[in-house]
Design a protein around this ligand. Structure first.
Ligand code: 9D3
Length: 269
């Protein structure tokens, strides 16, 4: 896969892509990702990429010409792109399913939105997918583009070493993960659940399945609507829901039950 990221902050994008799993995948030639400076595709002395919105209003809008020229230059170099993604607050939400579909494509172009927006003719005539990463306001589309590329490229075969960890993605199956523990078995007085030390693999799997379902019910009841459940999970869910005294769903935005935070709250903070 190749991915070309069109941005006015190419050094920011390049710095992130150079590190971690993606940096290694690039170094090994599994994916070829390049940050392109939008200003390189301008033709005026000031390398202008934006202009005032027709009809008035605050802020500036990304001009169409540099974006069209950038995509055309990439197409001439690499061949026609399979998809041209624009990161935008007006986009469809990024989901694991969308990341999965994009991961099968050969040549990706990602345009980072900026300022108050992008000329609508770009969305209409150049872009194939307009994508948001969630309902909160950021200062630009670079971080969303990097989030999208991270989610997409880790699904390209060979990028993540352990294929099992990709296949077992909780979002791939629609449930949250179970809790994880590592050594020491006792940390500042708190122990690891006995079952995890027992070596009884069937018992451990039962405990984890119950924990995944209970967490998803409490924190993300919306996921329960679409989760693909095994017969065992369905049985366990019925048991959890049938039982009286099931804890109520966590309040939206409620802080985690973290001991340090709780103590701060108790101090009247
Ligand atoms: C919808 C907000 N707009 C109302 C005037 C202004 C605006 C705010 C923030 C326009 C652009 C931006 C910059 N954000 C992105 O480019 C962006 C984004 C985001 O802010 N949240 C979640 N996903 C994305 S993808 C691109």
């Amino acid at each position: 896969m190749t991915a070309d990221v069109i941005t006015i902050f190419p050094r920011l994008v390049e710095a992130v892509l150079a590190e971690g799993v993606l940096g290694r995948a690039r170094a090994r030639g599994i994916v070829e990702i390049r940050a392109r400076d939008l200003r390189d595709y301008t033709d005026d002395r000031h390398r202008t990429v934006d202009d005032m919105p027709y009809g008035g209003g605050p802020g500036m809008v990304l001009k169409p010409e540099p974006l069209f020229r950038a995509v055309e230059a990439i197409a001439a170099e690499r061949g026609a792109p399979s998809a041209v993604v624009l990161t935008s607050p007006q986009g469809v939400p990024l989901t694991h399913a969308l990341a999965e579909r994009l991961s099968h494509l050969d040549r990706l172009v990602v345009i980072c939105g900026r300022y108050e927006g992008v000329d609508e003719r770009v969305s209409q005539q150049l872009v194939t997918h307009e994508v948001s990463i969630g309902d909160y306001v950021l200062t630009g589309g670079e971080l969303p583009a990097l989030v999208l590329l991270d989610a997409v490229t880790r699904l390209v075969p060979g990028v993540v070493g352990d294929a099992e960890s990709v296949a077992g993605d909780s979002f791939a199956r629609g449930l949250l993960d179970h809790p994880q523990y590592t050594r020491p078995a006792v940390f500042r007085g708190t122990t690891v659940p006995d079952v995890l030390l027992s070596g009884h693999h069937a018992e451990i799997e039962r405990w984890r399945r119950q924990a995944r379902l209970q967490r998803t019910l409490e924190r993300r009841p919306d996921l329960m609507e679409t989760a693909l459940l095994t017969a065992d999970e369905r049985r366990e869910l019925d048991r959890l829901q049938g039982k009286a005294g099931t804890p109520p769903a966590a309040e939206a935005g409620a802080p985690p039950a973290n001991r340090l935070l709780k103590e701060r709250r108790d101090e009247g903070d």
